[in-house]
Design a protein around this ligand. Sequence first.
Ligand SMILES: C[S@@+](CC[C@H](N)C(=O)[O-])C[C@H]1O[C@@H](n2cnc3c(N)ncnc32)[C@H](O)[C@@H]1O
Ligand code: SF4
Length: 389
Amino acid sequence: MTLGASRSLEAGARSPGCRTAGLYIHLPFCASRCAYCTFATSTELQMLPRAMNALARELDKLGRRAGCPLATLYLGGGTPSLVPEPDLSAVFAALDRSFPRQQGAEVTLEANPDDVTDEKAAVWARLGVTRVSVGVQSFSDDVLVMLNRRHDANRASAAVETVQRRGLEVSIDLMLGLPRLSRAALEATIGELRRLRPGHVSVYLLDMDKPHALSRLAECHPGLIPDADAAAAQYLAVGRALVMSGYRHYEVSNFALPGREARHNVRYWLRRPVLAAGLAAHGHSGRQRWANLNRLPDYLEATEAGHPPRAWSRTLSADEVAKERVMLGLRLARGVSDCEIAACTALVPEFGKELEDFLSLGYARRAGGRVHLTPRGWLVSNELLARLW
Ligand SMILES: C[S@@+](CC[C@H](N)C(=O)[O-])C[C@H]1O[C@@H](n2cnc3c(N)ncnc32)[C@H](O)[C@@H]1O
Ligand code: SF4
């Protein structure tokens, strides 16, 4: 990756088609490591103040080139709720110096239930946070212990209620396909979701593809993790319960009450520009894709020397853009247009054949000049989408 390449990608963010941008900021510190996590995080909390200074520096430089106002800002991690008030205020000060924010911009902060107090929620609201994404994972203590979470189910509920009392939007992260997630534990989780009624719920199936403590444990205890059919049944059960309670299943892993979709995440699926700052953060704008360095010492060294902390950047070809449009679009309930499908089928005929099978098996539907996957189709879509790349 050359510095020249990174200059051109930032120019891409202010291309004529770009009227607004999103910004993802990665805050990589966690108090402990969860058993399933593969995110770029560090538990060396003594490094936090230095990393926040480096981030403010990166934001100052990035903002001077960014060009268009922010419609969405997303502070993810790691555990942004762990960042002490003075450090978080410094990050927002850097943002305010360099990134004009649209009126009514969505500002999301990811929180671990342990960190949520009324005082912290008040600080987040004062800084301009509009939405808190709470990492609940499960409302079963048995499951939470297996995941090495710091909180129990009562603490998770209390955290959600604290944020709701402050008048901030709430999203809940849940995971399925987990060890010890019995029928009763799943019912308890669904019951608590219904009681709390957050505006937004993200439901993830445990990803076992990357190495983490649970995948290593499962090698010695084959029965530990529910099989794919059991995990799929859990996903369909939670989905049905949410839809019956008035949520719209608008993306593979996401459910929202009307008008409460995650505007930042929707930008990714619609390929709208999202800038990125912080350790290992990924950004895109038009045809350009880039990622920051993912080792903390490398990130600090580059940023403190005044360089963009890029690991790589690349420009997609026209064919790659057509394929990406379909891959991302099929994640959304609205699906993709027949024209977009035709462009992909011309490039990859096997994709067209696979899609016809999906349509005849009821995994996908065609209506109003668009194709979209059904919830069952989302569960088995890997094979279809693998044809594209
Ligand atoms: C960065 S974390 C959320 C914020 C905070 N760090 C926390 O854990 O409470 C984003 C979410 O990704 C999901 N996640 C993480 N690792 C996963 C895995 N291996 N499989 C499926 N989902 C995962 C979890 O639901 C988690 O809440
Ligand atoms: S799931 Fe969240 S709290 Fe747990 S290690 Fe990953 S980023 Fe940190």
